[in-house]
Each structure stands twice: as structure tokens, then as C-alpha cells.
Design a protein around this ligand. Structure first.
Ligand code: PEP
Ligand code: MN
Length: 337
């Protein structure tokens, strides 16, 4: 349930409503906007009577939420969330550009790729140190060594770094090095992991599970938000369908749908959606045109030798040229790169 208060509601009014909610065994989340305070009652709404609030002079309206997600919903917060990390933004007019290799493979490649993507206009550097691989015999990532190279590349380029966390046991380690924590598609419904990153004061990229509906994706975001961490970036990375011509099927429609349902920023990962470097640019253009708040693109200086996801990785030159062309697409929809 969402309770919208009239302008001028006092702290005392808010406290009183909070007490009523808590008295029924629910949690109250208070959102103080410039004009209005909104209170979200989180938990089992069945014993919470909307009449108890509707009658109060300070209450403008009470919304019973049909969608099971609340804190991440547009009803809870009208304005889009903007997340700032070391001066770089996700959300708002300028697009966020996460770029870098699929896996951190070494110190030199990280700084080399980092410098190239930074000069092309990337705003964040990505690279996996813990890799979710289908085969247990495939390269699993460099672990802490990789995190160190990532942090060194951040120091050289000034770009905040994003990296995947797969296991709650690695949380302290990954959080020590990463500016943004990525939850991968395979872990979108690893609820223990979501709960743990929800306790952090660090932005989280939540990738859409490969077979997840939009509602399931937003429910996973709600898991993180309900623990207190509202700095969530949703990432559409393609879903699994019967089509085999592409690695996944890029669900471009999820971008406007999610943006209408949620205030969270949504970025798109055309690399994992396509699985082929030639398809990255058209999907990226479509994502921007559809209203995405940014992109995540895999870039590798030698894709043919990459230890993971080489076929979908762009060379730094190709990335630079692509960004130049995407700038026009961004401008056409009132955004900037
Ligand atoms: C990745 O970003 O390298 C990755 C493994 O992505 P996803 O979880 O979307 O497959
Ligand atoms: Mn990858």
C-alpha cells in the first residue's frame, strides 16, 4: 500500500502513520520528495485497512498496489532514479556507458582497454573476475588478482568499475574493489545473494534472468530495495527463446515497459543479447531509441584470443566508431553520450 501525504505534512503526522503500519506488523518506507512525502507499507497488506488512512486530513490518497513490487514501482516514486558513482551518473539525460572485457585477463589488457574505452566516451569500466561459465573446465576468472587489476585500471582511467558477484561468500572481497556490483543473469533469482547486496551502500546492476519475466525481474529488484539499497540499475541482456540465430533474443520492448513500471534506470547489454559483434551496434541503437539509460558493451583488444565471449566483443576502434554513430541516435531521442 502507498500512502501519499498532502503538502505540509509534519514529522508528527508521518510518525503517527508509521506507528499504525508497524503496529500491524508491516514495515514503513518513507520517501520525502520536494513537494510530497510518500509512505510505502511493506508486508502483508491483508490486515491493513486503507480506511484507517483515507480518513486522515493529512492523507491525499491511498493506493493499493496491484503489482507485487512496491519500492521499485513508479507509483512509489514518480521521478526516475539517478545514481551517481564517483561523479558518473546512471539515469538522467546523459547515457551511462559501461564498457570493457568480458573477463579481466591481466593487468596490461585491463589498463589498455580501459584507456581506449575512456577516450571513446565510456563512463564505467567493466570486467569479470568471477565468471559464471557453463562448463566447469572453462576459464573461471582471476578472482582477487583480477579485482586488483580492475582497481588499478580505475586508478589509471578515473572510470568507476563494475564487476560480477556470484557468491555471498565473496561479497566483502568484491565490495572492497568494485564501485558497482553486477548480479548476472544466472543469479537474478539467487535470493540470498540479492538480500546480501541489498544491505550494501553500493550500486547494483541487476541483469535480467535469461528466462525471467519482467515481473520476476522487478521482484528481484524489490528484494534488493527492501533491504535498504535503492541504488539498482536494471540491465536487459536478452532472453532465451526458440531462435538460434542470435545468442539470446534482445527484448527491446522490456525497456519502455520497465521504464513505465519502475523508476529505476534501465541499461541494455547488446553484447550478450546478440552474441555476435556485427549485431552489437544495431541492437545498441534500438535500445537507445527505446529509451534505455545506457549500455553495457564488451570490448577486447584481441577478440580472437579472448578467454570468454570473444565473438561478441568489439575491438576498441570499432567501439569508438560505434559510439560516434550512436551519438546521433541519442540526440534524436533527446539524450546525450
Ligand atoms: C557478463 O556480463 O559477462 C555476463 C556473464 O552476463 P550475463 O549474466 O548477462 O550472461
Ligand atoms: Mn560476457
Amino acid at each position: 500500500m502507498i500512502i501519499v501525504l498532502r503538502a505540509g505534512a509534519t514529522d508528527q503526522d508521518v510518525r503517527q502513520i508509521e506507528e499504525t503500519i508497524k503496529g500491524k506488523g508491516l514495515t514503513a518506507h518513507i520517501s520525502r520528495g520536494v513537494e510530497r512525502t510518500i509512505i510505502g507499507a511493506i508486508g502483508d497488506e491483508r490486515n491493513l485497512d486503507p480506511d484507517a488512512f483515507e480518513g486522515l486530513p493529512v492523507v491525499e490518497k491511498v493506493l493499493r498496489i496491484l503489482a507485487p513490487f512496491k519500492l521499485v514501482s513508479r507509483e512509489f516514486q514518480k521521478e526516475g532514479t539517478v545514481i551517481t558513482v564517483n561523479g558518473k551518473r546512471v539515469g538522467g539525460k546523459a547515457l551511462a556507458l559501461f564498457a570493457g572485457p568480458c573477463s579481466v585477463e591481466g593487468r596490461d589488457m585491463m589498463t589498455q582497454i580501459g584507456e581506449r574505452v575512456a577516450s571513446a566516451g565510456a563512463t564505467f569500466l567493466r570486467g569479470g573476475a568471477f565468471k559464471p561459465r557453463t562448463s566447469p573446465y572453462a576459464f573461471q576468472g582471476l578472482g582477487e588478482e583480477g579485482l586488483k587489476y580492475l582497481a588499478e585500471a580505475r586508478d589509471r582511467t578515473g572510470l568507476p568499475v563494475a564487476t560480477e558477484l556470484m557468491d555471498p561468500r565473496d561479497l566483502d572481497l568484491v565490495a572492497r574493489y568494485a564501485d558497482v556490483i553486477q548480479i548476472g543473469a544466472r543469479n537474478m533469482q539467487n535470493f540470498r545473494l540479492l538480500t546480501e547486496v541489498g544491505k550494501l551502500d553500493k550500486p547494483v546492476i541487476l541483469k535480467r534472468g535469461m528466462s525471467a519475466t519482467i515481473q520476476e525481474w522487478l521482484m528481484s529488484a524489490e528484494y534488493i530495495a527492501s533491504e535498504g539499497n535503492q541504488k539498482i540499475i536494471l540491465c536487459e541482456r536478452g532472453i532465451r527463446t526458440y531462435e538460434t540465430a542470435t545468442r539470446n533474443t534482445f527484448d527491446v520492448s522490456s525497456i519502455p515497459v520497465v521504464k513505465s513500471l519502475s523508476h529505476l534506470p534501465v541499461i541494455a547489454d547488446p553484447s550478450h543479447a546478440a552474441g555476435k559483434m556485427a549485431l552489437v551496434e544495431p541492437l545498441a541503437a534500438a535500445a537507445i531509441a527505446a529509451g534505455a539509460d545506457g549500455l553495457m558493451v564488451e570490448v577486447h583488444h584481441q577478440p580472437e584470443k579472448a578467454l570468454s565471449d570473444g565473438p561478441q566483443s568489439l575491438r576498441p576502434d570499432a567501439f569508438t566508431q560505434m559510439i560516434g554513430r550512436l551519438r546521433k541516435v541519442a540526440e534524436a531521442v533527446g539524450r546525450t553520450i
